[in-house]
Design a binder for this molecule. Structure first.
Ligand code: AMP
Length: 545
């Protein structure tokens, strides 16, 4: 077989250092066709084609000489090199013991196409499809992975999608956090493919909206996920990055109790004294998750990620409902600037909702940092208890002795509390005397559970709680899973559709429900990407105006 014209430079380079026998393995197994591709070749890649360390050193020297001449950067190098947040050290060390590549050990490398076997489709995103795959390491060990392939149109990759894809690679290459999805490497083939850690349980959104008989997620687990998310976001912020697409659809379940932040296609580096990223042109963004300054001016910052965290929290406690469902995009911005906010979901305690409202402060500077959010979450953490007697009163949350109970709402001056039964996953009100708190030494539950001041939005006439004050004590709306699976019992029609307002809003009176036509739809499964993208595509006209 004749050498390809475009890679004659490689043949020449290898001949010059008496390594021409590696021409085909480097070209075909490592997919190196340009000098810049060597930036992503690790010693272990060269080990895998049988090149010894002395030969690797000769290659490294030859590459340095080649690069000291005039550069001809191609698009991969330009985008990956130009956008990586950190300076990458040369990847061909001149010494050191051979390293056996293992995905757990910090390996991010160029992966030969033949080393990954693609299996079934896991999902599709904005710029590609994701398949389950099996990656065979040079050691022979097989690792389950997810492979994201860049969608290629009839005339090759679309510019913006290619840019986002490569940006995602360049960002992920430098990230290492237990709750950030890990990139294993890149396949420089046709199409370009990212090899990532597999999250075998799929997206959190899919889990939240899974139909019966899948039980709803326990409230305590949702709190754990929030803490993991806040930690991952604090990590991204500390690295000067803004995610810009935080939503439950982009949180993947690595296990039943571990989420990972994924989808870094919209991530951008923060810059300037104000630590912001301002969009340079019209691009779609996830409208209903965005902070007002993002919608109005295309401005993103860690504070706008905090806003999105609040919306993600809302999704989690609403069973994956779509924020602002049924509200036209142009009205969402108007509503936000009028200080309307998403209502408190039934599973969400007042203290947690007040945290969400802080994330939705109109001015970015007034929102808590992610580190602060971690502390606020700790304060809002629900108390665990244990049922000590049968509760069978009509309308009450049914429980049996020994049932684990997560207390969502309770106060010392109330004899009726609200919680989730960890055995049945049902949510409702129950007599406080039926539960002992885990940290109260077996005493009945008579101490305050949450000390946080209820947010003004909670007290808003027409809000869930405003109406409930007038309602029967047992009239607590059941959890979403229950709404979906069992007949509604005395659920107060319409109260969930109210708008609520953050603290300090003048004229917070009455529900806007009728005026704006906002209503919570019945559970309708995963918010389709189409819906999200439709919303996203409207933004440029707004912020450019
Ligand atoms: P994305 O292009 O990142 O939005 O991914 C599209 C869909 O593919 C997601 O909604 C997930 O369902 C699935 N997916 C993406 N990455 C992974 C992964 N690492 N493990 C499992 N599923 C994934």
């Amino acid at each position: 077989m004749l050498p390809e014209a475009g890679s004659l430079w490689l043949l020449k380079l290898l001949r010059d250092i008496q390594l021409a026998q590696f021409y085909w393995p480097i070209l075909e197994e490592l997919n190196v066709t340009r000098p810049e591709h060597f930036d992503f070749v690790k010693p272990e890649d060269l080990d895998s084609i049988g090149m010894g360390r002395p030969a690797q050193r000769r290659l490294s020297e030859a590459l340095k000489r080649l690069r000291s001449g005039p550069k001809s950067k191609n698009w991969v190098y330009k985008i990956l090199g130009g956008l990586a947040p950190e300076h990458k050290e040369p990847t061909l060390p001149s010494q050191g013991p051979p390293h056996v590549p293992e995905p757990e050990g910090g390996l991010k490398c160029l992966i030969p196409e033949g080393a990954v076997c693609r299996r079934e489709l896991l999902g599709s995103g904005c710029f590609g499809v994701v398949h389950r795959g099996l990656w065979t390491l040079p050691s022979g060990k097989s690792v389950p992975v997810a492979v994201k392939s860049l969608r290629v149109g009839p005339e090759g990759p679309v510019g913006a999608e290619l840019g986002d894809f490569l940006r995602e690679v360049s960002v992920m290459m430098n990230l290492e956090h237990p709750h950030v999805l890990r990139l294993h490497g890149l396949i420089l083939g046709q199409p370009l493919q990212m090899v990532m850690e597999l999250a075998p349980l799929g997206s959190l959104h899919a889990r939240l909206t899974a139909p019966a008989p899948t039980p709803p997620l326990p409230v305590a687990l949702l709190f754990l996920f929030l803490r993991q998310l806040a930690g991952a976001m604090a990590y991204l912020g500390a690295r000067g990055l803004v995610h810009r697409d935080l939503a439950t659809r982009n949180l993947l379940l690595a296990s039943t109790s571990t989420i990972k932040v994924a989808d870094f296609g919209l991530v951008r580096p923060l810059s300037g004294a104000r630590g912001r990223y301002v969009m340079g042109g019209p691009r779609p963004i996830p409208y209903a998750w965005c902070a007002p300054e993002s919608l109005r001016h295309g401005a993103f910052s860690s504070a706008s990620d905090v806003w999105m965290f609040g919306v993600t929290l809302w999704e989690m406690f609403s069973g994956g409902e779509e924020p602002w469902a049924g509200v036209p995009p142009y009205l969402i911005l108007q509503r936000l600037e009028d200080r309307a906010r998403l209502p408190r979901p039934p599973l969400c305690s007042r203290t947690l909702y007040s945290l969400a409202l802080r994330c939705w402060a109109p001015h970015p500077a007034d929102r808590p940092s992610f580190t602060h959010v971690e502390g606020l979450l700790q304060e809002a953490w629900p108390t665990e208890g244990c049922c000590v007697r049968d509760v069978t009163e009509p309308g009450a949350l049914r429980m049996e002795p020994g049932d684990p109970i997560t207390v969502i709402e309770g106060s010392p001056d109330s004899t009726i509390w609200k919680g989730q039964n960890g055995r049945t996953f049902k949510v409702g009100s129950f007599p406080a005397s039926a539960v002992t708190l885990a940290d109260a030494g077996g005493l009945p539950a008579t101490r305050p559970v949450h000390r946080g001041t209820p947010a003004r939005g909670d007290q808003h006439p027409g809000s869930i709680d405003g109406d409930r004050k007038k309602a029967n004590l047992w009239d607590v709306p059941p959890a979403r899973g229950q709404r979906r699976n069992v007949p509604l019992e005395r659920m107060k029609g319409g109260t969930e559709c109210a708008w609520s307002h953050p603290p300090g809003v003048p004229g917070s009176t009455g529900s806007h429900q009728g005026r704006c036509g906002f209503s919570h739809p019945e559970p309708q499964g995963k918010a389709s990407p189409g819906q999200v993208w439709w919303l996203m595509s409207v933004i440029p006209a707004l912020w450019e105006a």
